[in-house]
Design a protein around this ligand. Sequence first.
Ligand code: FAD
Length: 592
Amino acid sequence: MTSESLYDYDIHDTKAMKEEADMKVIIVGGVAGGASAAARIRRLDEAAEIRIYERSGFISYANCGLPYYIGGVITNEEELTIQSPESFRERFNIDVHVRHEVTAIDPGSKKVTVHDLDSGRYFEDSYDKLLLSPGARPTEPELKGLDLPGLFKLRTVEDTLAIHTYIQEHHPSSAVLAGGGFIGVELAENLCQLGLSVTIVQRPRHLMNTLDPEMASFLHARMKRAGIRLMLGHTVEGFEAADPSGADSGRIHMLLKDEEPIDADMAILCIGVTPDTELAKSAGLELGTKGSIVVNDRMETSAPDIYAAGDAVEIRHRVSGQKAVISLAGPANRQGRIAADNICGGNSHYPGSLGSSVIKVFDMTAASTGLSEQAAIKAGLSCDKVYLSPQSHAGYYPGAKPMYLKVIFEKESYRLLGAQAVGYEGVDKRMDVLATAICSGMSALELKDLDLCYAPPYSSAKDPVNMAGFMIDNIKNDRLRQYFWHDLSELPRDGSATLLDVRTPGEYSRGHIDGFINIPVDELRDRLSELDPGKIAYVICQSGIRSYIACRILMQHGFDARNFSGGYGLYAAISHDEMLAEKVSACGMVKD
Ligand code: FAD
């Protein structure tokens, strides 16, 4: 090798290294996925040129905190914006352009067109790697009146400030929300706490489609108790100004199908979100479910050197294996990190989403992970379930609160499919344990073996998650046979079966299901002769514990006994939207 060629080689190599070192990354969308990716790229590659274009006026803002700013829980606007373009530049040496919308991508020439929303100027910028994290926009069906001044949506800090300012200036006394998902429920609570009279209207018959209807009924009760009017099973057809002359500019009529309109001082459209993928579509990227961007597990799109993350992408559901769109901050942040690793030459993979989520509803918490029962059935899975109503910690230690826990598993294989819980304390902890169990591929039978921490202020020696495992183990070994709330209407009431309520006479007299006779569990052994062992016994108590004990007595005396999973408490919640019992005593120790 001549010195010249050596020199050429060195020059070339240095140039290649320099090109690699000076990789230029453009990121579209500077919030959950985009900002996470940008910071990670910088941590991996000090030399990369990183530029974020963000359409709104803020980056890395706390979407999840927006409803709480409206409600006055978060009082300082600055708390919502975790980073500013300046702080991002200072900390990470990242070039951030807010109020800049990327309007086109040319994957062939690796260029984007950018619209500076303040100056109106359009310009081009080039990239080596492009990451799209444009999120999801509020779903806006083709309804009349969506541009009315008293009608809002909630996605950005600007939307939040608009709602906040409207409330400050117009002092509305009522609000009507179209949609009762996460954002609708959080907004309802926050507006209610500001003193507004709040109505939620939606077509589905229960709030929060991540929950099965019977679990959502506890939230219905809590919201109604707070004075929120729930109009479930009603269809919104549009909006009209209540005063077409414009004198009372904000007041609005929500138009309903085949019903009188609802009149309110303001309205918010929160019927769900849709991946914001017009840009990706016009660039010719492959789109999937609900128009989301198709990515592989390295977060690579169908175009070379273009990555995508967050609410805009299609993911694989970790339980069903099906393609899905899940709009949550945790997945968006993790996907942004994975895209960043791969942009920087790494080899990170996204395993899919479980959709684990949690929401505060006044003093209650509702959480879920994996598939709901409804979603599992829709996915073609054959599932079984247990309900239990444990306390948040040992009943003898002050302050224990009830919760309802539902664990869904596949019949035969006992694969864990999902779980949901509603209660006051310890709900998120149980859901996180169950989410971890699902992620690690544990079977529902293994829940009984989980070695979880315990002291009376925190849990019970048999944690609710262990208890679910014990119940599922009993099902497998035919020590527990169950029937459910949806079986009640089909139970034989012609005398061919025994319908038995084993609560105390006092509990029974305060409310029971038609056709059920009362023999308290503690009297059952002495009164077995009153029952016909030839008939199936359908047994119920308040929570499912005493009825399980009764079933064990009956089964060991030759009866075919079935336990009502979830107990009368669940039945009452479903049939009357009743709250969880607020005063609890140790399971099975209820006295009149
Ligand atoms: P986003 O964080 O939405 O960021 C996308 C950004 O891209 C936007 O700011 C948008 O302006 C910008 N953008 C879009 N197109 C362009 C373009 N062409 N050019 C430039 N910029 C563009 N999730 C939870 O897990 N828990 C919660 O409690 C929770 N609460 C929420 C409450 C509210 C009110 C909202 C709106 C969302 C909530 N979420 C919650 C959802 C969570 O915020 C999102 O899942 C997450 O932010 C998605 O991240 P992303 O990066 O995909 O999109």
